[in-house]
Design a binder for this molecule. Sequence first.
Ligand SMILES: NC(=O)c1ccc[n+]([C@@H]2O[C@H](COP(=O)([O-])OP(=O)(O)OC[C@H]3O[C@@H](n4cnc5c(N)ncnc54)[C@H](O)[C@@H]3O)[C@@H](O)[C@H]2O)c1
Length: 365
Amino acid sequence: MRRIGVGVIGCGVISKAYMTAMKRFPQIELKAVADMRSGPAQERGREFGVPGMRVDELLKLDDIEIVVNLTVPLAHTDVSLAVLNAGKHVHSEKPLGVDMVEARKVMELAERKGLRVGCAPDTFLGGGHQTARKLIDAGAIGTPVAGTAMFGCPGHERWHPAPGFYYLRGGGPMLDMGPYYITDLIQLLGPIASVMGSASRPRSERIVGNGPLKGTSIPVQVATHIAGTLEFASGAVISICMSFDVPKHMHAPIEIYGTEGSLLVPDPNRFGGNVMTANIGCDWQTQPHSHAHTEGEFRSIGVADMAAAIIGNRPHRASGALALHALEAMEAFQISSERGARIKLETTVERPAMLPAGLSDGQLD
Ligand SMILES: NC(=O)c1ccc[n+]([C@@H]2O[C@H](COP(=O)([O-])OP(=O)(O)OC[C@H]3O[C@@H](n4cnc5c(N)ncnc54)[C@H](O)[C@@H]3O)[C@@H](O)[C@H]2O)c1
């Protein structure tokens, strides 16, 4: 099988998870890494046995076809545009851009150049979420009509050594954690038609709790608690809450209610996890996983799927179009909150195809 050469730009906290998981996918091969700081690029390169270099050097390498953009959100658009201008496909960390204007620039350039855009999250390709998808498509809970999606924590400044970006434009719980939940909901239920939201920013500063910056104050420029509803084109209505203002809670990450039963979807920031269903009047049943990629870290499965799609000349699943639609929904919560109005979405997207059931880890076709 042809292996597609991959480069990584952005050698921070999450890069290690990506580069470790890349070894699990025979469709791709890491060739080089880069960062705007030479120290992290050299260090990650040494750790993974590839050269660490400057961004402009990496973009000139002929054996790299896909570049994975793991920079901070405010840099995503500029780095993705540079990758496309170098004639390479790009897979970006989420969000695709800090707003729709930025994200559209990436999609338009890719269209003009005939290149692919992929975007995190790719966790929806994990076995837990593909199993939930298979159950819904098989009618296990009847027709989905409603549900909930909940993420709440006290804030990433407790653990991240450089958490400033989580509270600047492009950060906040909706753009940081919303992509996992909303992307999974789109693959389960189809495109979103409209959004209503309410957003608040209870604190204007946060205190770093870990690493060399411990005790430092960081400014909060974005809403840190967002609640609202997603109305899907199918008619299903999902109540959603994404928050950095929750000390602790007991809600399931995602619950889907159908005409015949309910479905508990595992944490969309993970690949596996228990999938449970209950028909009306019955107890919860844990369902066996129908799909691979359930144990451990597979961040980069979306990159591997793009590589397989290039080779097989088919659409890739964690696509820019999917990320753009999710971003429009996420942005709409803030707009809806400010205007006090329901926001109809302009974009739409087809559900990415379900992965085949019964494959092994690392297999995609
Ligand atoms: N940390 C996590 O657990 C986690 C999980 C999932 C997704 N993410 C996402 O991954 C992205 C990166 O997060 P992180 O935690 O690794 O951040 P980080 O701050 O630890 O690392 C980002 C790296 O990008 C580099 N960088 C920034 N701008 C650049 C530019 N213009 N050109 C080249 N390099 C540049 C920085 O020097 C840094 O090394 C973010 O979008 C974040 O939302 C993070």
